[in-house]
Write a protein that binds this ligand. Structure first.
Ligand code: NIG
Ligand code: FE
Length: 426
């Protein structure tokens, strides 16, 4: 018999997301959540050891002494959520810009006027590492209570060697102290810092010759990201940075075609980036190229909403065109101040017409693929980490449909209950 130290039983819906492996879910596959009614899941030492109907549990699984048993009668049980695009670490906040946008200023106008990313860069350069870490820890705890158990986190508010490294060290320490899994991305090319405004190419040189080699030699990041955008980094500059990153083993992801159609998606396809993110202005060729190259689209409807962009990414065209779609918060102080993937799910459905099942696939297994964690998280299958949510909801659709509340009742990370009733347990 299989031994277990954690059992969740009697779920009205056990959303396993079991399905084809070897690549992210595409097209109609995104609608198949592998739901088991009256399902149960068992874990031992942090890993899933058994999944099946509750009626088979007693004959298949033997609870060890002190086994934790959670009764999920009438509830939905699903994998922990994966947030594959966040700017987790920063100092300060930018609520002043929120008010300016309400009064009609655009994101680009605010940035040109001394706000934007560089405002957060100034605060982050001045901040102590301990303070940065404490703020990010609070954010991760909030995310955890909202069901997010795995997070990608970018640097990019340092824009100098010392502060970029400081940010990546904070990310590493957060990952080491758990419980959330935190996957690090180097984003030294998030913006041109003020001291290089007159000579952006010299900043690109600095990223390539000093930052990338140090980040790689200290193994501080798994990915390299660039804000490829009119007025920020051109396609040519982005490609130079990406070639240097690839040469030292970093995988690529890119902020692409967010505010203008610059060809970021096509570049991502050409360089076989793992993801292209935002994509509000991507053209048909870009979508086609991403599908051909297997680049995952990470869509961030919270940002379009928060910046009043009056446009959302064409999720339906992407899904129909064979692009794997993932969803993320883009959590950051300027363009999307939310930790809530549930809010993102609601926006994905209402604003991009994704079906609830597609949206849930996009924050679980496809999001796991988007950060290279597909073998560890994103589904409830034997061998994966026991990252499990118990929702106070009779079915998965409620997570998209019932908005503005937290339906996450319990959060299990690596087989341990880490949050309950919206509170982080310590
Ligand atoms: O993904 N687009 C660029 N970077 C962030 C915004 C960061 C900020 O405004 O501080 C984004 O939206
Ligand atoms: Fe971003």
């Amino acid at each position: 018999m299989i031994q277990a130290d954690l059992i969740v039983e009697g779920a009205a819906e056990l959303v396993t997301l079991a399905g084809p492996t070897g690549r992210p879910r595409l097209g109609a596959e995104m609608r198949d959540l592998g739901i088991l009614r009256q399902g149960a899941v068992a874990a031992r030492r942090g890993k899933i050891v058994w999944v099946g109907p509750t009626t088979d549990l007693l004959t298949a699984v033997r609870p060890v002494a002190f086994c934790k048993v959670i009764d999920a009668t009438g509830k939905t049980v699903m994998p922990g959520l994966v947030d594959p695009h966040t700017h987790l670490v920063f100092a300060g906040s930018r609520e002043n810009e929120f008010a300016m946008r309400i009064q009609g200023k655009t994101y680009q106008e605010i940035a040109a006027g001394g706000g934007g990313i560089n405002a957060t860069v100034a605060a982050t350069r001045a901040a102590d590492k301990a303070d940065l870490k404490a703020a990010a820890r609070r954010t991760l705890d909030t995310m955890l209570t909202l069901g997010t158990t795995t997070v990608e986190a970018k640097s990019g508010y340092g824009l100098d060697l010392v502060t970029e490294i400081k940010m990546l060290e904070v990310i590493r320490e957060l990952e080491e102290s758990g419980p959330a899994t935190v996957v690090p991305t180097f984003m030294g090319a998030h913006e041109v810092p003020p001291e290089f405004r007159q000579n952006p190419d010299a900043y690109v040189d600095l990223v390539i010759t000093r930052m990338i080699p140090l980040v790689a030699s200290r193994k501080l990041a798994r990915f390299c990201d660039v804000f490829c955008e009119t007025g920020v980094f051109s396609v040519q500059q982005t490609e130079r940075i990406f070639r240097a990153a690839q040469a030292v083993g970093l995988e690529l992801r890119v902020h692409a075609d967010e505010l203008t159609d610059l060809g970021g998606a096509a570049l991502a396809a050409r360089l076989k980036a793992r993801t292209a993110d935002h994509l509000l202005h991507v053209n048909d060729d870009g979508i086609h190229a991403m599908a051909e190259a297997g680049v995952i689209a990470v869509l961030l409807p919270g940002t379009a909403y928060f910046l009043h962009l009056q446009r959302y990414a064409r999720a339906r065209d992407m899904i129909a065109g064979g692009v794997a779609v993932a969803l993320a918060t883009d959590f950051n102080p300027g363009s999307c101040m939310t930790e809530s993937l549930a809010l993102v799910l609601n926006l994905a459905c209402t604003q991009m017409r994704m079906l609830p099942a597609e949206a849930i696939t996009a924050v679980t297994i496809n999001a796991a693929w988007a950060i290279g964690e597909q073998d560890c998280v994103g589904t409830l299958e034997v061998g994966k980490h026991a990252d499990v949510l118990i929702l106070d909801a009779p079915n998965h659709e409620h997570l998209c449909y019932h908005f503005g509340v937290n339906l996450v009742e319990s959060v299990v990370k690596n087989g341990k209950v880490v949050a309950e009733g919206g509170q982080r347990l310590v």
